[in-house]
Write a protein that binds this ligand. Structure first.
Ligand SMILES: Cc1cc2nc3c(=O)[nH]c(=O)nc-3n(C[C@H](O)[C@H](O)[C@H](O)COP(=O)(O)OP(=O)(O)OC[C@H]3O[C@@H](n4cnc5c(N)ncnc54)[C@H](O)[C@@H]3O)c2cc1C
Length: 467
């Protein structure tokens, strides 16, 4: 008999939820995690530190209050990394405690160390003192996540030339920052540092950024970031970064030279599979370290599953959790429904963006007709009260049955507000519900009613012509 029914490698959102789900199904479960990484990238270096940092930046800079109290309003004049770090460390500590307690309550064994396969049912776990322990399990769930990808040509020094993990260890808030790569992580950090007063330059190889989002909203974000003195260099590639005594010089292929105190590479992520001994389990990963899986998150070896960032897109904490739960249930012969086709996207830039469903560009490309209903925060009493004059909510509505095809939100609370639209879409609702519903007043949620009425009025206008 194996030592455990289920062994989980990695304690990020995917591994955690897989372990807890299997334990709830009364299985004997073990989770393996490197010391100091309980909670995964999510808690230690990714989602939670970056979102807490953002909260600290918004609070200390007073950025969101300047509409009311003037452009010079600040809670603190000289914001230090210490001020920012206090909040981050506090939240990380609490979150780790919550996870440890959940695992203990559910009798999940925790083995500290790095796991690698010895054979398809056996893991060898080595701790930092080089002691090792062997674990056997009937089912194994790989949730090892990713690390920042580092171009071989760049000499990272953890001080001046860093990746997104390094940003959390900066000794001072830089005066100037070059962000290489305008993906979600790059733009989120670009907006936080711009809010702190750092002069930020974003260099992106492609002509556009966040091209999976609504174009109008990305334009609004770019406008805001430019207003915070962010410079965008689209269609440009960093050829080399020179390190100097007082910072670095980013040399672009076009010949431009950008001096900066810090250069942060945000050049995608690499699956954490290279040390896993996958070949000894009969598995392999692609060149970005990702493991292929089927709809149940089963690898090509049927008793081994993989979930979370290590399987690739969409690489979000929320999806990783759900994948973990689904995989554990399948492994324990109590399968659940597959993952819902509607997945929300939240981007914590300043201001934030969130959407679900399809974009205008996608609908147009697939020749699906739609009407747009818009609500602007400045026309809502709550928008005025909080001083958010730029936020907007946009509904994409089918003229055929008035169902929601997409919901796009920009501004304060976008990532929370989005879930009202998600619930309506997920339950197959139409804008009729939003038009009829009474919302608390004054709220941002009211924007759904305003946008639904806008769409309804536009649809009515078209219908009059067709009479
Ligand atoms: C800067 C940043 C910001 C982000 N912001 C958001 C956000 O706002 N919203 C969102 O939804 N997502 C966000 N993400 C993505 C999110 O963090 C990931 O999707 C999520 O953490 C993936 O979870 P996971 O379960 O795959 O494992 P991870 O969180 O990646 O953790 C994997 C764990 O496995 C462990 N491990 C690896 N190999 C071994 C081994 N051999 N033995 C033992 N343990 C091992 C690692 O130590 C690690 O702790 C962000 C990511 C980053 C980097």
């Amino acid at each position: 008999m194996a030592d455990f029914d289920v062994a989980v490698i990695g304690s990020g959102p995917g591994g955690q939820k897989a372990a807890i789900a299997a334990a709830k199904l009364e299985k004997r479960v073990v989770i393996v995690e490197r010391r100091n990484m309980m909670g995964g990238v999510c808690i230690n270096t990714g989602t939670i530190p970056s979102k807490t940092l953002r909260e600290a930046v918004l609070y200390l800079t007073g950025l969101n209050q300047r509409e009311m109290y003037g452009q010079s309003y600040r809670v603190k004049d000289d914001i230090t990394v210490g001020d920012l770090g206090i909040r981050t460390q506090h939240v990380i500590g609490r979150e780790i405690d919550v996870i440890r307690s959940q695992l203990a309550r559910n009798h999940v064994a925790v083995v500290p160390g790095t796991a690698r396969f010895v054979d398809p049912h056996t893991l060898d776990v080595i701790d930092e003192s080089n002691r090792d322990v062997k674990i056997t399990a009937d089912k194994i769930i790989i949730a090892t996540g990713t690390r920042p990808a580092r171009p071989a040509s760049v000499e990272f020094d953890e001080e001046t030339i860093i990746d997104s993990d390094g940003i959390l260890n900066l000794q001072a808030v830089p005066d100037s920052l070059v962000v290489v790569g305008a993906g979600v992580i790059g733009i989120e950090y670009a907006s936080m540092f711009a809010a702190l007063g750092t002069k930020v330059t974003v260099v992106e190889r492609r002509e556009r950024m966040l091209d999976f989002c609504d174009l109008e909203i990305v334009e609004a974000l770019k406008y805001h970031l430019r207003d915070l003195a962010v410079t965008f260099r689209f269609g440009e590639t960093v050829a080399a970064v020179e390190r100097h005594a007082r910072g670095a010089l980013a040399l672009l292929e076009s010949g431009k030279k950008i001096p900066a105190e810090t250069v942060m590479y945000s050049a995608g992520r690499q699956g954490m599979t290279d040390g896993l001994g996958l070949e000894l389990a009969g598995l392999s990963a692609d060149d970005r370290g990702r493991i292929p899986v089927d709809e149940h998150y089963r690898t090509t070896v049927p008793h081994i599953y993989a979930v979370g960032d290590v399987i690739g897109f969409p690489s979000l904490a929320a999806t990783s959790m759900e994948q973990g739960r689904i995989a554990a249930h399948h492994a324990c012969a109590e399968p659940l429904h597959g993952i819902h086709h509607l997945q929300p996207i939240g981007i914590y830039t300043i201001p934030e963006i969130s959407f679900i469903g399809r974009t205008e560009d996608e609908l147009t490309a697939s020749q699906v007709p739609f009407e747009v209903g818009i609500s602007r925060y400045r026309e809502l009493a709550r928008g005025q009260i909080i001083g958010d004059t730029y936020g907007m909510l946009k509904l994409l509505v089918s003229p055929e049955d008035r169902s929601l095809l997409g919901v796009h939100v920009f501004g304060t609370g976008a990532t929370e507000l989005l879930h009202i639209g998600q619930a309506v879409m997920g339950c197959g609702g139409t804008i009729d519900y939003l038009v009829d519903a009474v919302f608390n007043y004054p709220t941002l949620a009211e924007s759904y009613k305003v946008a639904a009425l806008d769409a309804m009025n536009k649809l009515r206008r078209v219908a009059r012509f067709e009479l």
